[in-house]
Design a protein around this ligand. Structure first.
Ligand code: NAD
Length: 261
């Protein structure tokens, strides 16, 4: 029996990038998966890939910053999958991966980044927790970023949105423990994806518009690029019964740049 056999999972931002990688790994371990993405076509493509593994896959066009859309999608996902056990709050945006001075940050950009990355994770959790409670236990995996721990390499609006995910994770872990719902956050360092304008399947150490190697590896002990494959096993582990006594934790995947989260 596979460790996620017949579990129901929602992966936000599952229409591409890391979300697609996580969704396919959860399906490979036995889960049925609903993909929520503002890019409905991408969500449907991932759903098709999930179905090819023999699991239920459903794609939905959802803006995670909309409460009405997340509530409707939660019900539709529970109806399609039969149950919800796993939530991966992965949808996220960045205006530009390179930092700019605070004087140049525009309020509408700040507000949209916070709305999608932080409020979106709050709204998805809010909409899906009732279904996790109904399942008798559950796994929430939020997605922060190493930038929230070391404060560098990217714009302030993004850093602050991902710092908020740490509070969301710890506060919700405290609230939901009595329902046997685990809430943890993965904290990746930079990974090449469409978020950074790159192909997730290739390495990019020397690409001029990505981070130069001396910045990419600064303070890191494992001196290679972080790839999507370095994250997917952690997501599957946190989604599984093997992590039943782990909650409220930040798990950093950054080659050792940050030891204490
Ligand atoms: N790539 C990295 O270096 C890195 C590092 C740390 C954390 N992260 C985080 O990992 C997550 C995934 O990032 P990625 O690199 O795969 O990015 P990506 O841009 O490749 O994928 C993000 C997905 O989210 C979707 N999305 C955007 N806005 C949305 C909205 N309002 N509602 C629903 N879906 C929406 C996009 O359509 C896309 O499919 C993000 O939360 C990101 O902040 C990425």
């Amino acid at each position: 029996m596979m460790r996620l056999e017949n579990k129901g999972a929602v992966v936000t931002g599952g229409g591409g990038g890391l979300g697609r990688v996580y969704a396919l790994r959860l399906a490979a371990e036995g889960a049925n998966v609903a993909l929520w993405d503002i890019n409905g076509a991408g969500a449907n493509e991932t759903a098709e890939l999930v179905r090819k593994t023999g699991r239920i896959g459903v794609g939905m066009q959802v803006d995670v910053a909309s409460e009405a859309q997340t509530v409707a999608a939660a019900k539709a996902s529970a109806d399609a999958l039969g149950r919800i056990d796993i939530v991966v709050n992965n949808a996220g945006i960045v205006r530009d991966i390179h930092p700019v001075p605070i004087e140049e940050l525009k309020l509408p950009d700040w507000e949209r980044i916070i709305a999608v990355n932080l409020t979106g994770s709050f709204l998805c959790n809010k909409a899906l927790v009732p279904y996790l409670k109904r399942s008798g236990k559950g796994k929430i995996i939020n997605v922060s970023s190493g930038t929230a721990l070391h404060g560098t390499n990217i714009r302030l609006d993004y850093i602050c949105s991902k710092a908020g995910i740490i509070g969301l994770t710890r506060g919700l872990a405290a609230e939901l423990g009595k329902y046997w719902i685990n809430v943890n956050a993965i904290v990746p360092g930079p990974v090449p994806t469409t978020l950074s304008g790159l192909d997730p399947l290739k390495t990019h150490e020397n690409k001029a518009d990505y981070y130069p190697p001396e910045q990419l590896y600064a303070g890191r002990y494992l001196m290679r690029e972080i790839m999507p494959r370095d994250l997917e096993g952690l997501v599957a582990f946190l989604a599984s019964d093997e992590s039943d006594m782990i909650t409220g934790q930040l798990i950093t995947v950054d080659g050792g740049r940050v030891f204490v989260g």
